[in-house]
Design a protein around this ligand. Sequence first.
Ligand code: NAD
Length: 503
Amino acid sequence: MHRVAASAATVKLLIDGEFVESGSAQWRDVVNPATQDVLARVPFATAGEVDAAVASAKEAFKRWRRTPIGTRARIFLKYQQLIREHMGELATILTAEQGKTLPDAEGDVFRGLEVVEHAAAIGNLQLGELANNVASGVDTYTLLQPLGVCAGITPFNFPAMIPLWMFPMAIATGNTFVLKPSEQDPMVTMRLVELALEAGLPKGVLNVVHGGEDVVNAICDHPDIKAVSFVGSTRVGTHVYNRASLAGKRVQCMMGAKNHAVILPDANKEQTLNAMAGAAFGAAGQRCMAASTVVLVGEARGWIPGLVTKARTLKVNAGTEPGTDVGPVISCAARERIEALIASGIEQGATLELDGRRPEVPGFERGNFVGPTIFSGVKPGMRIYDEEIFGPVLVILEAETLDDAIALVNANPNGNGTAVFTQSGAAARRFQEEIDVGQVGINLPIPVPLPMFSFTGSRASKLGDLGPYGKQVVTFYTQTKTVTARWFDDETAGHGVNTTINL
Ligand code: NAD
C-alpha cells in the first residue's frame, strides 16, 4: 500500500514548448522507495499526444537545423550553469523518487552535466572533411547534417545522467528530440527539462512523453522519427532495436550487464577489497556498471572473508540520511525479485556468506531495502550467475588461472563492463587484449568513460555500432553528405559537353 499525498502532483508532458496535462486515462504513481509515499502521478501518454510531440519536433527542426553552431553552443553553456546552480535541488528530487544516496544522486547529475559541457563544444567535433583538387578545379567535402527528429528512451537507474547522455548531444548537433523517461522516476528528468527550456531551447526542439510499452512502440514505429537511442534491459532493448530498425531508423541500444571483476593474487588487497565493496553494493547494485561478480584467481580465493568483512561495514538506510552507503531498491517488486533470486542461489547450492534480506532500518520500516548479500561457490547455470540481479548481491566464482578467468568472462553473454585487479602490467595487458567486454577497468572497478570517449558494450550489452555521447554519437546523430564541386572561372572553363563519368 502506498501513502498518497492529499493532492499528488501530476507529471506533465512537454509538447511544443508547453508543459501540458495528459488526457490519458492510464496513470501510475511515482513512489518514494524509502517510505512508499506517492510523490506524483505520471501519465501513459495517448497515441495522439505522441503524434503531437513528434509533429512539434518535426516543425521545430525546420528552424533549428539552420540555427548557427554558436547560438546552439551558448544555450548549452547556459544550461550547464543552470544545472550547477540547481545541483542540490536536483539531487534531492532524484533521491526522493529513486532512492540512491544524496552524494550518489549528485554524482548522477554531475556525470550528465559533463555531457552537457561537451555538447556546448560540439562544433569542434561536427566538422566535415575536404579533399582539395580531386580533379582539376574540383573539390570534394563532407557535411555532417542533423537527421531530423530523434527520440530517447531511458531507464530508472540514472534518471539524470542518461537523459543527459541523449538530448543535449542530439540537439547540439542540430536535431530535435522526443524523450520518453522512465515511468518509475520521471521527476528529476522533468526538472532538467525545465532548466533546458530556461537555458533557451526554442519551443518544439525538446518534447517529452511519458509511458511504457505502448509509447515506446509508437516511437519505434513513427515514420517521422529518424533515430532512437535506448538505455535499459537487454529484453526491452532487443525489442526496440528490432522494431525501430524494421521501421528504417538508426538505433543504438545500451543494455543489461553482468560485470565481472577478476582479482589476481598479486593485487593490492586493501585497495581491491575497498573498491569491490563500493562497486558491488553502491547505489544498491542498481548500476549497469556495478561489479556484481567477482572471479578470484588462484591464491586470491582466500579473500572471501575480507570481502564479507568490508560488506558488513556498509550502512543500509534511506538515501536522505547522512552516512548511508546502501539505499533502497527502486520498488517493492524489485525487492521481491532480488529476494527470490537470493532464495534460488541457496536452493541451487551456492554458499550464502552474507544474507542482506529484510534488514532493520529504523524510521524507514516500509522501505524496499536489501542489504549487502554475498554468495561464494557460484557457478554458471545458477540463476544468480546467469541473470542480472540488479541489486546489492555479489556473487563469487573461482578460477585457477588468468586465462581461465578470461574464458569465463567471455563465455557470459553480457559484455558491458569488467575489471582486473593486479600489480602485473603483463597480466593487465593480456586481460585488456583478450577480454570481449566494452568497458575495461585496470585496478578500477567502474570504468565509465568521460564524454571525450563514448560509452560502449559488447555482445548482449549493446546493439548498434555507435555508442552514446563522445565522438561516436556525433556520427550517430548526423548524416554524412559528400559534395563534389567544380566552380568554373575564365581560366578553367571548358567549352565542350562532358559525357564521361570521370571527374
Ligand atoms: P527497462 O528495460 O525495464 O526499461 C527501460 C525503458 O524501457 C523504460 O523507459 C521503460 O518504460 C521502457 N519499457 C519497459 N518495458 C517495456 C516494454 N515491454 N516494451 C517497451 N518499452 C518498455 O530497464 P530498467 O529496469 O528501467 O533499467 C535497468 C536496466 O537498464 C538494467 O538491465 C541495466 O543494466 C540497464 N542499463 C544499461 C545501461 C548501459 O549503458 N548499458 C545503463 C543503465 C541501465
